[in-house]
Ligand binder design. Structure first.
Ligand code: C2E
Ligand code: CA
Ligand code: CA
Length: 292
């Protein structure tokens, strides 16, 4: 038995109204992509941008992905939306590649529903061919929900993607009930530690020990470690000490609508320098876009 409250009714109405409006949102150009940079912790080089969906609704303004992606997943709209996002992100990566002095990857989030489709590998192949992006410049971010269609099936799809040359990262690791056995059953090459660990990383011994263990486990399984949600210098210094490979967060750069300009500016500034982009790290606002 469940109790009904009037708030539940209005939530349901809001959801169904958003779902209806989302159907035409892509065609109307309301769903855009922002790109957040990720850096190598040791060398300081920019290694990739993660594509993050943004919905600008004509009346409601900006609707965060945490709100509309779950609705797109429940309604199945995520399949078409995800394909569209993958295609646009690959196109953008080809564009910024022309400005970059070395290869810079694009990371794209893939919903479990999209991943479970029989034609997912064909679709990725087709998009890479159509856009001309080298497969090694694409990293797909999957969560452990991809095993919902069965571990063996997920592993097969992942092997086909790896055979294409596409990189695979497990996203949000440690959020909820992460199952360690997936790490050895599935051919991930990178593990992205969930940003919830960053909150008390520098103040709570247990969190630090957990992160150290996760980094050790990932490295022993041959995976790189990406840490997301880095917001201050203390976290950055500790992560470097703990051996994390790559970092992403507001300290290093917020999502930007124009990654190509950011690349141009960054490389103009860093010409002849190989160290970590110190001016950005010294910036307490941590916003590479505003600072550049
Ligand atoms: P995610 O994949 O974990 O993406 C990282 C989120 O962390 C982004 O939120 C980003 O803006 C935020 N973030 C980055 N650095 C920091 C930081 O230093 N501090 C804090 N507090 N947050 C930080 P965003 O853009 O709101 O995206 C939320 C989630 O929506 C994503 O989490 C992802 O699960 C989903 N999402 C976004 N775009 C897509 C998409 O194209 N497809 C799919 N399937 N899911 C998407
Ligand atoms: Ca992600
Ligand atoms: Ca994440």
């Amino acid at each position: 038995m469940r109790y009904y409250t009037p708030e539940m009714g209005s939530l349901v109405r809001e959801r169904s109204s958003l779902e209806t409006q989302m159907r035409g949102a892509v065609d109307r150009g309301e769903i855009g992509l922002h790109y957040q940079p990720e850096f190598d912790v040791v060398s300081g080089s920019l290694v990739r941008f993660e594509a993050l969906a943004r919905w600008t609704h004509p009346d409601l303004g900006s609707i965060p992905p945490d709100k509309f992606i779950p609705i797109a997943e429940e309604s199945g709209l995520i399949v078409a939306l995800g394909t569209n996002i993958l295609e646009r992100a690959c196109e953008e990566a080809v564009h910024w590649q022309a400005l970059a002095p070395y290869p810079i990857q694009v990371a794209v989030n893939v919903s479990p529903l999209q991943f479970a489709r029989d034609n997912f590998v064909d679709e990725v192949t087709h998009i890479l061919n159509r856009t001309g992006l080298s497969p090694s410049l694409l990293q797909l971010e999957l969560t452990e929900s991809v095993v919902l269609s069965g571990v063996a099936r997920a592993a097969d799809t992942m092997k086909s993607l790896r055979a294409l040359g596409v990189g695979l990262a497990i996203d949000d690791f440690g959020k909820g009930y992460s199952c360690l056995s997936y790490l050895s059953d599935l051919p991930f090459e990178a593990l992205k530690i969930d940003r919830s660990f960053l909150k008390d990383l520098t103040t709570r011994r247990q969190t630090r020990v957990t992160v150290v263990s996760l980094i050790g486990l990932a490295h022993n399984l041959g995976m790189r470690v990406i840490v997301e949600g880095v917001e201050n210098q203390d976290q950055m210094a500790l992560l470097r000490e703990l051996g994390a490979n790559e970092a992403q967060g507001y300290l290093l750069g917020r999502p930007t609508a124009d990654p190509a300009s950011l690349i141009s500016l960054l490389f103009q500034r860093l010409k002849g320098r190989t160290a970590f982009p110190k001016p950005f790290l010294d910036n307490s606002r941590g916003n590479l876009t505003q600072n550049a």
